[in-house]
Design a protein around this ligand. Sequence first.
Ligand SMILES: [Cu+2]
Length: 349
Amino acid sequence: MPQPQSRRRCIFSSYRRRLLLAILMPALFLAACADNSASMLTGRGPAAAQINTLWWIMFVVGAIVYLLVMGYLLLALFRRRGDRRGDDDEEEASEPDEGTGIVIWGGAVIPAIILAGIYGATVFTLSALKEPEIPEDLTIEVTGNQFWWDVNYPELGIRTANEIHIPVGQPVAVKLTSEDVIHSFWVPELHGKLDLIPGQVTEFWLEASEPDTYLGECAEFCGVQHAKMQFLVIAQDDEEFLQWVEQQQQPAPEPTDPMIQQGQQIFLGSSCVYCHTVEGTNATGELGPDLTHLASRSTLAAGTIPNNRGNLGGWIVAPQSIKPGSLMPPTQLTGPDLQALLDYLETLE
Ligand SMILES: [Cu+2]
């Protein structure tokens, strides 16, 4: 009978096309991973390395199971077709219990063994992540705010924002909490995620094996600007880290230049002081990031824009067009006043 034959061929060729599509589709998604600047697959600290190993175990086991199941499925599909094409008089030879073994082994016993193994590996990883190999001797308190990070080093008397400096090769304790809603602290290259919960303190630790700048982000949807709630973890060797500590421990310098003094007056006479702190002045607001060492940071508004004079001016005048929904209102200033204010802010190193 020619008709079903040709219909069959048609199905086969479109099936082949679909198979090709099915293979190519994931490749499209994977293309997004090409820039691995903050990929958890490039674990660069002991905690991330543990998570990485677990990820590969799960990936390889998952891939093997997938390939086996798909192979078995294809086998079944082609076998059926062959059977049907063959002599019609031969009855379907399958006995009612022929597949029972496969259902019991493939559907229950083997999955149970694999899942138990993965569960074991997960529990092992979780307990290995609980504490670093050597105890931490530095604590960092991070408080989540819509949409920025307050960073406090209680033992060192340092307060900063959106930028966490750590000594390389040493674990530091991280204590997390939130001022408003739930956020999540995630530095993919260094550790897993941990929630920041209002009224509660969650704890874990960070350690970077190499000096570098690691991107961190909020991993729990927290409002309109959730996507622009990033931070940097900067791992430095001891000398550089101590230098940074010393610099951050200084109060803001008292200006002597008349232009900068004028800028300071504009700052202290504006609404800025209700929301921002500059150590050593009357500005003690806490609704926004501490600005005492603003000029030493590399980004503004939680990783949204690079910290330079143009962006700083734009941010002060129109924060809502840079980060719509952020909790800083625009400030109207004349050109000369803005320039003087910028001169002052640039001295806050
Ligand atoms: Cu957030």
